[in-house]
Design a protein around this ligand. Structure first.
Ligand SMILES: Nc1nc2c(c(=O)[nH]1)N[C@H]1C(S)=C(S)[C@@H](COP(=O)(O)OP(=O)(O)OC[C@H]3O[C@@H](n4cnc5c(N)ncnc54)[C@H](O)[C@@H]3O)O[C@H]1N2
Ligand code: MOO
Length: 639
């Protein structure tokens, strides 16, 4: 069956959820189970739980000492001691022991005055009736309510339930959720992928999302693109579970069977929602159970789960949606969006000059790393064509605000050493973090100027003087800026292993395929400088207009034979097992405003920069000279 599904709906997410939940109302309900209290952590009670026993179960000693009848001690005083004899008018007792008639008080061991006879004591003060005795039911009275219905069981609750004699508790049953990865191109992790094969990863994400959402996941082996097999697998999964998630095959490909299978087996309520990424979601009902088709791209899959799977799990778990933690932030870059969709843009966040800043990350639906790196989602409503830089937006947070507020926002030129710094920050300075966004040196300086970054890493060559960075700061800033010296790093040509095209210098590039860096990147400026020094013009370089945004992206392209050469740093070549032809050393420094030095996380950043740990890691990476690192030069802007 080779058929494309070209006509998708475009229903707003909220509306789609409402229609779908309505369609499921008849058949999906909350159910309950009895489980041992010892296994009930985080489960939700069906109804109130009442104590079976009192605690303490009997009048018990609260202290170590002796049990007495209070009335015999009435006259005891400093002047007139009362004598106690074990076995006659008192009994030795330990904390927790029962206090039985005729005794009704406990005297602490410290208040007993010893005599030569170990069985005889004197007391110098009277004991009040019931002193140091925990009366029966002091903590819990039999028949008393321990927990109300609808209560999420915590560790302290488990202790008290057991103390009150409760061994089993009735709780809301967790929905069993089958996860079916599909696609002939996907292979299980662990196998070496060949071209055209994709490592199966989404189902593992879903499994853990289901667990996090308090469902019971059951992942099935990947099903190849075979209509009959998919139909059979889905049907069996529906019969054995409460819910089924089918991953991929949800859009318009010739082998995207999911929607056809679900139409045959049941009813497709919605196919296509006005959410980006995550458009081709399928919401279906088969034999009364929810079956949800989620798109294959990891970001789309995640957003689909958040928007559609969780609200259905809520039906089984009798939960109301908690509003996500949100914050208002200033957008660092302009975002254009379509009026057709509500868009989820992943953002990195930081606090600069008392303002929360949100910097957008890669927007592609396949950019799973954007989810890993994100501090939150900036959601652009369906009614908006975009948001301008500097506008305030609402961000749904993934990280706590306190962490975000102790994060050094680094925006500018990319270098692998930024990852090393980010890794070392919280280990050398607990609760201090660093996050970096890579927009090239000039982009970083602009962000610094707009108050969107704390630190801008730069390597900008002044083509007239051959001096790095200083003249750019003088020209771009009208107030003093600090240049903190970073590293001298070797820049050169990244070429294939063994240098098959026998490249020796810039002059060899015409006739070969080059990959450039984006405008404003220091490496691009250096390359332009080198071109003119060698009497070459951009038109002679094939691929001059093909821009990659990081050194690693350049290396990756050379490695995959997308280009013969690109300019970059040695560590990127080394990381990708490529050859490297050194061209020269350049200075990679950090620009910041002097007022930032007051911030504890900036102090931590400067400390990590000069730490032994950092230098050792750079030595391992190779291609860096760290002499003079951390030196500060105050630059007075000229503009
Ligand atoms: N002509 C059109 N093409 C596409 C459309 C469209 O409207 N018209 N929609 C695009 C959008 S938007 C999305 S999102 C994707 C959704 O694709 P499918 O759900 O049909 O998924 P596949 O095409 O099978 O795979 C997409 C992508 O995801 C990878 N994948 C799949 N399963 C897994 C897994 N279990 N683990 C990791 N990665 C997985 C798959 O290999 C592909 O790379 O369609 C667009 N196309
Ligand atoms: O909806 Mo797709 O998820 O935008 O890429």
């Amino acid at each position: 069956m080779e058929k494309r599904n070209l006509y998708l709906n475009n229903i707003p997410a909220e509306e789609a959820v409402e229609i779908y939940r309505k369609a499921l109302k008849e058949s999906v309900d909350v159910s309950y189970e009895r489980i041992p209290v010892t296994e009930a952590l985080n489960r939700v009670t069906r109804s109130a739980v009442y104590a079976k026993y009192c605690s303490p179960l009997y009048n018990s000693a609260a202290m170590d000492g002796v049990a007495v009848r209070a009335d015999i001690t009435n006259h005891a005083s400093e002047r007139e001691a009362v004598e106690l004899v074990i076995g006659e008018n008192c009994r030795l007792i330990d904390t927790g022991d029962p206090v039985r008639p005729p005794y009704n008080a406990v005297i602490m061991a410290e208040d007993l005055v010893e005599t030569t006879d170990p069985d005889r004591f004197r007391i110098l003060a009277s004991a009040a009736p019931w002193q140091h005795v925990r009366p029966i039911g002091e903590d819990i009275v039999a028949g008393e309510m321990i927990l109300p219905g609808g209560h999420r069981i915590r560790p302290v609750d488990i202790g008290v339930l057991l103390a009150g004699g409760i061994l089993q508790v009735e709780v809301i049953r967790r929905p069993q959720v089958a996860v079916i990865p599909t696609g002939s191109e996907i292979i299980e992790p662990g196998r070496e992928p060949r071209e055209g094969e994709i490592i199966e990863s989404n189902s593992r994400m879903f499994e853990n999302l289901v667990t996090e959402q308090e469902g019971l996941p059951h992942r099935l082996p990947p099903v190849p693109d075979d209509y009959g097999l998919l139909r059979q697998t889905v049907l069996k999964a529906v019969r054995e579970h409460d819910m089924v998630l089918v991953n991929a095959g949800s859009s318009a490909g010739t082998e995207d069977y999911t929607v056809h299978v679900l139409r045959e087996l049941g009813q497709v309520i919605v196919h296509g929602v006005a959410v980006k990424p995550g458009k081709p979601v399928i919401l279906a009902v088969v034999e009364g159970k929810p079956v949800i088709g989620l798109p294959g791209y990891p970001v789309s899959a995640f957003i689909g789960f958040q928007n559609f799977v969780i609200p259905v799990m809520d039906l089984y778990l009798d939960r109301d949606r908690q509003p996500a933690g949100c914050a208002e932030a200033v957008l660092s870059r302009r975002l254009i969006s379509s009026l057709k969709y509500k868009e989820y843009v992943r953002v990195k966040m930081g606090k600069v000059d008392e303002k929360l800043i949100a910097a957008p990350l890669a927007r592609g639906a396949g950019a799973a790393m954007s989810l890993v790196r994100a501090d939150g989602f900036c959601i652009i409503g369906q009614n908006r064509e975009g948001v301008e830089a500097g506008e305030t937006v609402e961000v749904e947070l993934f990280r706590s605000l306190s962490e975000i507020e102790h994060t050094v926002m680094v925006i500018g030129s990319h270098d692998l050493l930024l990852d090393v710094l980010a890794d070392l920050m919280p280990s050398l300075h607990p609760h201090m973090f660093l996050s970096s966004t890579h927009v090239g040196s000039m982009g970083g300086l602009m962000a610094l100027r707009r108050g969107e970054a704390h630190v801008a890493p730069v390597h900008l060559l002044d083509q007239k003087t051959g001096i790095y960075n200083i003249s750019y700061l003088e020209e771009l800033f009208h107030e003093p800026v600090l240049l903190v010296k970073g590293v001298k790093r070797i820049q050169g040509l990244i070429v294939k292993k063994g240098n098959p095209r026998n490249i020796k210098e810039i002059r060899d590039l015409p006739g070969l395929r080059y990959v450039n860096r984006q405008r404003g990147a220091g490496t691009r400026i250096l390359f332009d400088y080198l071109l003119s020094e060698n009497g070459l013009v951009p038109e002679e370089i094939e691929g001059y207009t093909y821009e990659a945004s990081t050194h690693m992206a350049v290396a990756a392209l050379v490695s995959s034979d997308g280009a013969d050469a690109g300019m970059g740093i040695q560590s990127a070549a080394k990381a990708m097992d490529l050859d490297f032809l050194p061209i020269g050393a350049e200075e990679y420094d950090f620009a910041l405003y002097p007022k930032s030095l007051e911030l504890p996380h900036i102090q931590a950043f400067l400390d990590v920069l000069q730490s032994r740990e950092f230098r050792m890691k750079l030595e391992e990476l190779g291609g860096y000279d760290t002499s003079g690192i951390g030196e500060q030069i105050l630059i007075h802007g000229l503009c």
